[in-house]
Design a protein around this ligand. Sequence first.
Ligand SMILES: C[S@@+](CC[C@H](N)C(=O)[O-])C[C@H]1O[C@@H](n2cnc3c(N)ncnc32)[C@H](O)[C@@H]1O
Length: 212
Amino acid sequence: MKNRRYNTEKFWDRAAPGYDNAEASDSHKHELVFDTLKKYMLPADKVLDLGCGTGLMASRIAGHVQQVTGIDISSQMIRKAQERALQNSLTNTHFLKADVFDEKLSHHSFECITANYLLHLLPDLQAVLQRADHLLKPGGYFMATTPCMKEKPLLLLTLKGLSKIKLAPDITGFSLPGLKRTLTRANWQMVECLKLSESDPEYLTIMKKIGT
Ligand SMILES: C[S@@+](CC[C@H](N)C(=O)[O-])C[C@H]1O[C@@H](n2cnc3c(N)ncnc32)[C@H](O)[C@@H]1O
């Protein structure tokens, strides 16, 4: 597991310099995700962005809430996120090289947790969701954008092949029903599930934490 984590960090460190260009290539999806996330956020909210990458989404969210903490295991992604915050004179963002189990994050401290293009990359998703549940306040939201690659079996096969030769990260090929089953916990209820485009199997799922 330690080796896999090291490889993952290195992969995303290498991807960081060109990441914004690739990301900006689909501004329609980015806007749709941003507009949907925003609907669930209030000005007093504290938001945690898991796998924040270069902080593109976190920096935009920061204009609408009290505080955004972005965490990522790649130091190069975090460096870019910090540069972006500085360039935009943001004073309510914190970007940390960390994962969701980092002890600096306290229980029940966030109204919203976002995870865009991350869940399919995690080797122990159940443990991450359990931890996210601890970090969320009751009534809070867990919002994730996730590719469901089982809908594109040939592409999934290609990506699996590329990951074997370290040209792509290891991924889980979700189906939409499988993703929904994984996210639905005793105290999480799905409040929205949005397909982001006709051609790509990417979904934004919003889960509400009910009870404690
Ligand atoms: C596909 S990128 C998505 C970045 C950003 N959320 C976005 O939507 O542009 C995935 C990010 O997740 C990070 N990542 C992968 N595994 C992680 C983990 N276990 N904990 C935190 N970040 C992780 C990677 O370093 C990378 O920056």
